[in-house]
Design a protein around this ligand. Sequence first.
Ligand code: ADP
Length: 385
Amino acid sequence: MIISRKIVRPINDIDLDDPHTDSSYRELEPLLNKLRTQNAKVGHQLDELKQSKEQLELIIGSMSEGIIIADQKLNVVSYNPASALLLGSSAFTVGQNIYGMNNSDDFRKCVLDALGGRRSECIIRIGSGERNIIASPAKSMERVCGVVAFVMDVTEKHKLETMRREFTANVSHELKTPLTAIYGISDMLASGMVRAEDVAGFGGNIRSEAERLISLVSDTIALSKLDEGTGADETEVLDVYAIAQDVLKRLEHTASEKDVTLSLEGESVDVNVNKTMLTEMLYNICDNGIKYNKQGGSLEVTVGKERRNAVITVKDTGIGIPYEQQGRIFERFYRGDKSRSDKIKGTGLGLSIVKHSVMQMGGNIRVESIPDKGTAFIVELPAMS
Ligand code: ADP
């Protein structure tokens, strides 16, 4: 017994955290060497594990999507700040039940489905926003041991989808009206029911309905290009005054038909934008200023520089816009009552294209109008210094 204790003592004396080789027993040296390499290996692996844990925490912590991990009893083991923010549960702490994050029926069902082994998805409302929840079972050795839930903000996505759906429905409706008219008139012409002297009149009707179709299609294409953010990549330094001059020149004929006087005041101001976008934007506003003007009225364009902006004012002496309609004129397909009743041609898309373009050029637009007196559109664009 004493002998065996004596033999084993040097082994017992080894400090496993720091095995030295200077043992009195040379025979122990290989064992000590092995222990030392093993220690170094374990230490290295622990460092690596700590590092990847920290990396993971950093990634999850900085994500804008929420992640919640709960155990089999649905107590939360871990969650990132985004999940609490997205679900509006700032007072939540680890260890609480997952329903403390959200207690809606849809959320509960989603979590329970995941606990039952099925991936589940739902949309829940938080205030005026919408959140997409995707809950999946967390498995260990093929057995469900908890739930991992992802939380994503889908408010904007849903708004865009609704807008797109409404837009498609509106376009289809607006396309159908002129097409039905064209079909009806051409049907009458084809059946030989129309007297020879009336043919020209009906032909004119077909042409004006076709014109309406063309402007509707061009406006829709312009809007979808703006929505996609394409077509404005190429920018160049342009003098707003010179562009306004070109636009007014193009509109001379339209203005003379309505006896509207055109004028341009101000100074040269350089901006760095897409030429087509700036030209079409100005054309649209000026065209409206003539279209909604009174016979013998005037349209005045002023270009100036205020602080760091080019300021373009397009002022007309037309029918004006009732106060309650002023907030709606930039909406897609919105047309003022008077524009409809007076049968002034238009698609209701012009000003939404204008607004979209101005925003894309980094500027802003506002309207000032007095019914029966006239309207002014004021556009500000970032000027070149
Ligand atoms: P559209 O001219 O095709 O109807 P817009 O989007 O260009 O469509 O304009 C929307 C509405 O804003 C018009 O229907 C009209 O009622 C009003 N509006 C626009 N510009 C003027 C203006 N200069 N004067 C009076 N009303 C205007």
